[in-house]
Write a protein that binds this ligand. Structure first.
Ligand code: AMP
Length: 272
C-alpha cells in the first residue's frame, strides 16, 4: 500500500481516504461518493481494529463479508481497497500508541476506556500507510471525528479531515454495521434514540434551555421502549465535549443506548 501510494503521488494523484471496519452500508458508500469530490484516487480500508475493542466487546462477532464489501466498494467508486491482516498492522513487538489527553474523557470514552486510544493509533498508522491528502469520517461517530480532527492538528498530519452527515434508514435509524444484531422487535425499539433526539430539538425550538430537563425527557422516552438501558445521555459543547447546563447556541446531544445486547449511538446538534 505504501509503494502504491508513493507511485500514485508521483503520478500527481490526490488520494482521498475512507477508513472503515467493513460490512459496508449506505453510510460508508456516502463517504466514498463524497471522497470522489475531493480526490482522484479513492482508497477504502477495511480493518476490524482489535485495539479499539474492550475485553467484553464484540470484536469476534463483528460482522464481516469481504466479497460483498469489494463489490459495493467498486460500485461506489473505490479505486483501491486496503485489507490488511492484523499482523501487518500490529506485528512484531508492537508497542506504540497515540492517546489524547481530554476528548476521550467524555461520552463513549467513559464506558469504552481503550476505544479512542485504539482509534487514534490505527488512524495514525493508516494515514502513514495510505498517505492521503484528504480523509472522510462520519458525524454519526461524532466523538471519533472530534478526536481525529484534534489528533491531525496536534500531530501535524498534512491531511484535510472532512465530516459527513449521518446517513439514516427511511424511518430515521442511523445506519450501522451493528444494526444486523437487532431482532425485528429490537429494530423498532432502536427508533427510541432518534425519537428522543427529535423531541429534544422540538423542545429547544420552543424555548427550552435547561439541559437536565431535556435529558430527563429523553430518558423517560427511551426507557418507555422495551429492552432499553442507557449508557449515557449527554448535552455538551460540540468542540470540547464538556457538559453544558444551558442551551445558548449549537449544542451537541449525544447518546449511547443498549437495545438488548446491542449498543447503539446517535447524536444531534441542537439549535436554539
Ligand atoms: P465503521 O466501519 O463503523 O468504523 O465506520 C467507518 C466510517 O463510516 C466512520 O467514519 C463512520 O463514522 C462512518 N459511518 C458509519 N455509519 C455512518 C452513517 N450512518 N452515516 C455516515 N457515516 C457513517
Amino acid at each position: 500500500m505504501q509503494q502504491r501510494a508513493n507511485a500514485l503521488i508521483r503520478d500527481g494523484k490526490t488520494i482521498a481516504f475512507v477508513p472503515t471496519m467493513g460490512y459496508l452500508h449506505e453510510g460508508h458508500l456516502t463517504l466514498l461518493r463524497e471522497a470522489k469530490k475531493h480526490g482522484n484516487h479513492i482508497v477504502l480500508s477495511i480493518f476490524v481494529n482489535p485495539t479499539q475493542f474492550g475485553a467484553n466487546e464484540d470484536l469476534d462477532s463483528y460482522p464481516r463479508d469481504h466479497q460483498r464489501d469489494l463489490t459495493l466498494a467498486e460500485e461506489a467508486g473505490a479505486d483501491t481497497v486496503f485489507l490488511p491482516e492484523k499482523e501487518t498492522i500490529y506485528g512484531g513487538n508492537y508497542q506504540t500508541y497515540v492517546t489524547l489527553e481530554k476528548l476521550p474523557n467524555h461520552l463513549c470514552g467513559i464506558s469504552r476506556p481503550v476505544h479512542f486510544r485504539g482509534v487514534a493509533t490505527v488512524v495514525s498508522k493508516l494515514f502513514n500507510i495510505v498517505k492521503p491528502t484528504v480523509a472522510m469520517f462520519g458525524e454519526k461517530d461524532f466523538q471519533q471525528l472530534a478526536v481525529i480532527k484534534q489528533m491531525t492538528k496536534d500531530l501535524n498530519f498534512d491531511i484535510q479531515i472532512i465530516g459527513v452527515p449521518t446517513v439514516r434508514e427511511a424511518d430515521g435509524l442511523a445506519k450501522s454495521s451493528r444494526n444486523v444484531y437487532l431482532s425485528p422487535e429490537q429494530r423498532k425499539t432502536a427508533l427510541s434514540l432518534q425519537s428522543a433526539l427529535k423531541k429534544a430539538q422540538d423542545l429547544v425550538g420552543k424555548g427550552e434551555k435547561n439541559a437536565q430537563h431535556l435529558i430527563k425527557e429523553a430518558e423517560d422516552r427511551i426507557l418507555s421502549f422495551p429492552e432499553t438501558s442507557i449508557d449515557y445521555l449527554t448535552i455538551c459543547d460540540p468542540e470540547t465535549l464538556e457538559d453544558v447546563s444551558e442551551i445558548n447556541g449549537p449544542t451537541l446531544f449525544a447518546m449511547a443506548v443498549m437495545v438488548g445486547k446491542t449498543r447503539l449511538i446517535d447524536n444531534k446538534v441542537l439549535m436554539p
